[in-house]
Design a protein. Structure first.
Length: 510
């Protein structure tokens, strides 16, 4: 099996479409580093401004960059001399780009949009080296589905008996992407492995053009490559078609498969792989600079929580983005002061600006983080005074209310539909479930230009889940119907989405 091609179109899922290329200039490493932060915040703003264009994956990727790159940025920005700032920024960029070809591609794309070129700032990419797990066994890579890969899968796994364990289809911006997980039996022997865990094929789909799925017809899979993409037949009448598909076997015994044995023969020993480098550590931050860095880092981690489909609708992404907009340029400005005292004053003012922009929704969050990082009693008192009793970031999570006879909002656009079959994992049984994300209009009392917002609906232990791609085509009125057998159905887009309740309820959009 081949490794993931770095030029795979799937990587477009984690980078936005370039709106228009700004004139690209040769830039300093420090300016490029700050511009990348500002581009992340711009991407987050674009992907969260209205629920009808909400793009969880774009938001997650843009925020994830700053998990381990925030402190290197601040350390570079606060070096005592221009040369020191540039040198540290160069090291920070190399570290950022070293975390995978997908990250490097994102950096090049976003720097170009901001008018910077990284061509002379980054070393040539190192060739991909296959990995091994802690046991020394070769690890299954992510693979672009090609005719060769499809043939290898048909050799190693019994696809005609495979069963869908999880299906997720989501509108990311204006495109449909998805994830399909198949529980599948191995066709190769596992002689010395006692009771191995079941194998799962995890398939990521990009630019989906057709969806026909029925949980009552979810056994048996045919994987085919076609001139215009990939087709996955499911059961007797189900189909998924996409422009590209990436696949990874989640199989602890993969090293024993035919493909695994071929990969093992060309994969170097685990001990021969170079150790992962540590993040840049040079430079000490003053109290206010460290407080500012901690705020930005924690904010990005909080924004990144949209990766959880069960909690994405509760993350106040827009409030965080509004608070930190333009942070890249502002951090470079505060750090450029010649004396440490003036730098600290600059970061103190920057913190105050961020907190003021955040508003009451995240004032409590600011107060909590600042109480751990800086002694600024006057600012903390002001934040606590304006914070509501329960902010959006620390309020207890309430259970989703039941949807009985009222089907929810009068109009809704489907953004995400997820089905998970009943299964047993690590000795624990889990019932089947369904999860929806719906973009719903603002309340009647809202301003005329108020954006649509995201709601979630959860179906506990559905008896049946049916989905077609047409369910994602525009707004419609959600309905609850009762058929001749007294079964209740949650219906959207004239039946393009139809979830049959096993019990007498489906949980309401929260």
């Amino acid at each position: 099996m081949a490794n993931l091609d770095p030029s795979s179109p799937w990587r477009r899922v984690v980078t936005d479409r370039l709106r228009r290329a700004a004139p690209v200039q040769r830039s300093s490493a420090l300016a490029a580093l700050g511009a990348l932060l500002d581009r992340s915040l711009e991407q987050i703003a674009e992907a969260s401004s209205d629920a009808r264009g909400f793009d969880r994956e774009a938001i997650r990727v843009a925020a994830d960059v700053w998990d381990n790159n925030t402190l290197p940025l601040f350390r570079a920005a606060t070096a005592g001399t221009p040369g020191g700032r540039e040198r540290r920024a160069q090291v920070a960029l190399e570290w950022m780009a070293g975390l995978g070809e997908e990250r490097r591609a994102w950096m090049r794309d976003q720097a170009s949009v901001a008018g910077h070129s990284l061509d002379e700032l980054l070393a040539p990419v190192k060739p991909y080296v296959p990995g091994r797990d802690y046991r020394g066994q070769v690890s299954a890579p992510v693979m672009v589905v090609t005719p060769q890969i499809a043939q290898c899968l048909a050799t190693d796994y019994d696809l005609p008996s495979a069963e869908v364990s999880h299906l997720q289809v989501e509108r990311a911006g204006s495109r449909l992407i998805g994830r399909l997980q198949l529980a599948v039996a191995r066709s190769y022997p596992v002689d010395d492995v006692a009771s191995p865990e079941a194998a799962t094929l995890d398939i990521q789909l990009c630019d989906i053009s057709e969806v026909r799925f029925d949980s009552h017809d979810a056994r048996g899979v045919a994987l085919r490559t076609e001139a215009d993409g990939v087709s996955i037949g499911i059961g007797a009448g189900g189909t998924l078609r996409a422009a590209t598909a990436d696949l990874r076997p989640d199989d602890p015994c993969w090293h024993l498969s035919a493909a695994g044995r071929r990969a093992d023969a060309i994969t170097p020993p685990r001990d021969s792989r170079p150790a992962m480098p540590s993040p840049p550590q040079e430079g000490r931050l003053g109290a206010n600079a460290m407080a500012a860095a901690t705020l930005l880092h924690r904010a990005m981690l909080h924004i990144r929580m949209v990766r959880s489909d069960r909690h994405a609708h509760r993350v106040p992404v827009h409030d965080f983005q509004r608070a930190f907009a333009g942070a890249g340029e502002a951090i470079l400005t505060a750090g450029a002061h010649r004396t440490s005292h003036r730098r600290e004053v600059g970061f103190r003012r920057l913190i105050e600006t961020w907190a003021r922009r955040g508003g009451p929704v995240i004032a409590g969050w600011f107060a909590t983080v600042l109480s751990e990082t800086a002694h600024q009693t006057d600012l903390l008192a002001s934040l606590r005074a304006q914070a509501p009793s329960h902010s959006a970031t620390d309020a207890p999570q309430q259970p989703t209310p039941d949807l009985s006879t009222v089907p929810g909002p009068p109009s809704a656009e489907l953004r995400l539909a997820t089905y998970t079959s009943a299964h047993t994992r690590y000795g624990t049984h889990h019932n089947a479930s369904a999860l929806l994300h719906l973009a719903v209009p603002p309340r009647p009392e809202s301003a005329d230009d108020a954006p649509w917002h995201l709601r979630a609906a959860h179906g506990a232990n559905p008896a049946r889940f049916q989905l077609r791609a047409e369910a994602f085509q525009g707004a419609s009125h959600p309905r609850v119907t009762v058929d001749d057998n007294a079964a209740r159905h949650f219906v959207l887009c004239d039946g393009a989405l139809d979830i049959t309740s096993r019990e007498d309820r489906i949980d309401n959009p929260s």
